[in-house]
Write a protein that binds this ligand. Structure first.
Ligand code: FAD
Ligand code: SF4
Length: 505
């Protein structure tokens, strides 16, 4: 599968070059399960082709289906049926797919094929499903921080005996600085497309012309060798300042000190633990400070593993949760970027061009606006699944449904990430280039986030008032004079009315 491009994947553990066939297929049903960003399709298909090529060079028998092969199978089931007819295997060995929909399809194969199908755990993750379940069962409330500490102990990363390196588990309080333009700002490593990638670019331009996003310039790594180079480059150039500016946003600086490695980890070109170990070595050799390295490792063995646990515990209708019962349609500017809100314009434009936005842009710009405006969380989920180069449902859905939209009612996080324009202004320079004034509250020309923030809290008071982490906000609202309250709500009504009418805001 397109996200199992790892030589050590469990399905290949005891494979024999002389006897076994490795089956790989580019599938129409998968490339169109939603209208994925063109760059994401190019990345996955090109990485699959390169991986298959390497396996063949190493002496493996690979049965590889290209998307545009004559009579190509469209689905996993059709692909495997055809391969079983051709190769007559005794058994089919599969590593567990990362997505529930695909797992159901694979689980049904045995009946269709009448040969045994062995589904093996995906051992690239630190926590197996059993480990996560056992941890979750011991908790009244699940919180990432405590899970993360267990993962530190389990992996030994940044541990000095049984104590956290540097004396603290978490250095986030040192990590919330705004950034300013820096002539020496690093950029992620870029790779020139080779002939194989150029073929895929042409294929995607031809077959997926109506999908979102620019296919070129394309400069992602598509091989393990290049992804390793991207990792080295990040550790040497950006990791030392990753912590300080992890939450910062700057106009025109799309990557800041972020690694841009998520897609390589998700599709299997890099192993999560090797990425963490490379970062830990930078700390041990004095190349990067503890706040940067701890913050980076926490994202991978903490957040990444934690959201996966939520996804698999969440049941089949995980993506349909809708705690606030929101039903507003996703505004068209999520696709076009055509809005006067500079923060959203900047984030959507770079998303269209690069299939990338960093975590705080996803959470505190596009995610925040959608939650405050009461957009249907399922539509928000679909948007995120489409637009990012690293979007696979197991990691995208909990980040959207749980973390960013609070549509799971607090199963994943302890409070909604609700904020007014002041947060975006503190962490970015976007407000300087905006038609709206972030300091204005309710009048025409005031930042939309300001009124929508209070309106969101008041609209959902029955669901949120009991949350101790929001009690200060509700006290502030209670103290506000009636006229101010009314004008906040009137301004929010006017903005939401414009959204519903499809008018520009
Ligand atoms: P860095 O900032 O350099 O972080 C290092 C690594 O940590 C990442 O490469 C990633 O592997 C991991 N990581 C960081 N935060 C998270 C997180 N919250 N969950 C899981 N892993 C994390 N990540 C995806 O991989 N796929 C998605 O589809 C996705 N959708 C998201 C949607 C929303 C609304 C939000 C708020 C976050 C989403 N994330 C997703 C998490 C995170 O934003 C991305 O992993 C990160 O921005 C990728 O860029 P990077 O590699 O430069 O990350
Ligand atoms: Fe975004 Fe408001 Fe700032 Fe404009 S003023 S960039 S809308 S936060």
């Amino acid at each position: 599968m397109g996200d199992q491009l790892s030589r050590d994947i469990s399905a290949l553990k005891d494979a024999r070059k002389t006897k076994d066939v490795i089956l790989m297929g580019e599938l129409w049903d998968e490339t169109t399960s939603v209208k994925h960003h063109k760059k994401k399709i190019i990345l996955v298909l090109s990485a699959m082709r390169h991986f298959a090529e390497q396996l063949k060079k190493d002496g493996w028998r690979v049965d590889y289906q290209k998307l545009d092969d004559k009579g190509a199978a469209r689905s996993f089931t059709a692909l495997v049926k055809r391969a079983v007819k051709d190769h007559k295997p005794d058994t089919l060995v599969v590593t567990e797919p990362s997505e529930k929909r695909v797992l159901l399809e694979v689980e049904a194969l045995e009946k269709v094929l009448s040969i045994p199908v062995e589904i093996r755990a995906d051992e690239r993750f630190v926590a197996s499903h059993e480990t996560f379940d056992a941890w979750a069962k011991r908790r009244k409330q699940m919180r990432m921080e405590y899970f993360y500490r267990e993962m530190r102990r389990k992996t030994g990363l940044l541990m000095e005996e049984d104590k956290p390196a540097g004396g603290a588990w978490n250095y986030d309080k040192e990590n919330r600085k705004p950034a300013s333009t820096d002539l020496f700002m690093p950029a992620p490593k870029r790779f020139k497309p080779d002939a194989m990638t150029n073929d895929v670019i042409d294929l995607v331009k031809d077959k997926f012309a109506d999908h979102f996003g620019d296919p070129e310039p394309f400069h992602f790594a598509v091989t393990r060798k290049d992804a390793r180079q991207a990792l080295d480059h990040f550790v040497e150039e950006a990791l030392p300042r990753f912590g300080d500016f992890q939450d910062a946003m700057l106009t025109g600086e799309r990557f800041l000190y972020h690694s841009v490695l998520s897609a390589y980890i998700n599709i299997g070109l890099l192993y999560p633990l090797e990425v963490c170990q490379r970062a830990e070595n930078a700390y041990l050799s004095g190349e990067a400070p503890i706040n940067a390295v701890e913050g980076f490792i926490r994202q991978i063995i903490g957040w990444r593993e934690y959201v996966r646990g939520h996804y698999w515990r969440g049941g089949e209708d995980y993506v349909r949760q809708n705690y606030f019962e929101n039903s507003r349609k996703l505004p068209a500017f999520y696709w076009s970027g055509d809005t006067d809100m500079a923060c959203i314009r900047e984030t959507v434009t770079q998303t269209r061009e690069d299939a990338y936005a960093h975590h705080i842009q996803r959470l505190m710009v596009t995610g925040l606006f959608a939650m405050l405006a009461g957009i249907d969380p399922y539509d928000v989920h679909e948007w995120y699944l489409i637009v990012y180069f690293d979007a696979f449902e197991w990691v995208e859905a909990p980040n959207v449904i749980g973390m960013s939209q609070y549509a799971d009612g607090g199963a994943l996080g302890s409070k909604p990430y609700a904020a007014s324009g002041a947060y975006i202004n503190r962490m970015s320079d976007y407000c300087k280039n905006c038609r709206y004034a972030v300091t204005k509250k309710t009048e025409e020309g005031a930042c939309p986030f300001n009124a929508l923030y209070w309106d969101f809290l008041v609209r959902n008071e029955d669901k949120l008032k009991g949350n101790p982490r929001l009690s200060q906000m509700y006290r502030t609202w209670a103290k506000m004079d009636k006229a101010t309250k009314l004008s906040y709500r009137a301004r929010a009504r006017a903005l939401l009315g414009k959204l519903d009418a499809g008018e520009r805001i």
